[in-house]
Design a protein around this ligand. Sequence first.
Ligand code: UDP
Length: 330
Amino acid sequence: MPKILVTGGAGYIGSVTTHYLLKRGFEVIVVDDLSRGHRENIALSGVAPANFHQMRLQQTGALTPLLSGVDAVVHFAAYIAVGESTREPALYYSNNVGGTLSLLEAMARQNVKRLVFSSTAAVYGDPVKVPIPEDARIGPVSPYGDSKAMVEKVLAALDRYRGLKNVTLRYFNACGAEPEANLGEAHDPETHLIPLLFKAAVTGEPIMIFGNDYPTSDGTCVRDYIHIGDLAAAHVAALDHLMGGGDSHAFNVGTGVGFTVMEVLKAVEKVTGKIVPYRIADRRDGDAAELVADSSQLRSKLKWEPKRSGLEEIVGDAWRYFEEMSAVKG
Ligand code: UDP
């Protein structure tokens, strides 16, 4: 049974992927410092308490023994907020780049040669062509995107000179929830559109729509929303590829279909049966008008297809999770 080390397994995407890896029969060890993840996600994903290690990735010495006998690493642990990264750039470089360099050093010490890396559509900055092909120019416009692009460069060098086989997955907009494990999106503070639309619907406090003067059908930004289940499945496919001796590659993970902020708002109103109050605010720093994935290489090389990423299925799963969490919190 392959042994996989997952960093950031207490987070949103990491916990759902861990759940899928365990279902697939892999042995999984999770490392997470819990600075942004949630301890309860460990148990929900199905990881045994003994296989969870609360640890910062910068602790190379402590990390190294955990990598003994590991067949591959899936590396999620990172800070993810574009806005925060513009206010605290050093934090993003030290956590996202510094943490990864330490992980790569620990992997090298234990001769672990396979890695799946969480990257982002933010590495493309303002894309020249949409849908964005996987070989498009890299040009991040935020420290967050830049921190991911820097790691991608390091991985290319380690592949070339040290034989580290790696699959980079550039996520578009991860959303939805995994009802079978009761795992979903719960960032604190929340910055993502769908949970904030629910909050507005429930509290009556208007959500701010960041700009309605973009060159799109209704003036609001277009994004490619990908269900967390489909996104997690892409990681399993990437691992299978590497375990089968596959080569390094960067893939986009998205559906190829974009929705405006107002279209998502309407879907939330339909699913919840509630009015979503909103106000139009200024554009948010660092937002591109349109980010839609061309995932044709992921489809052809890894035989991946989105299966649950219809907008209403995404919003429906996310809404059930949101309601359950609200009931738990009271
Ligand atoms: N958005 C918005 N109001 C909010 C949060 C998000 O109008 O309170 C917009 C944001 O400008 C973007 C889209 O919703 O166009 C998705 O944003 P999110 O932060 O969810 O993901 P991102 O695209 O930044 O990864």
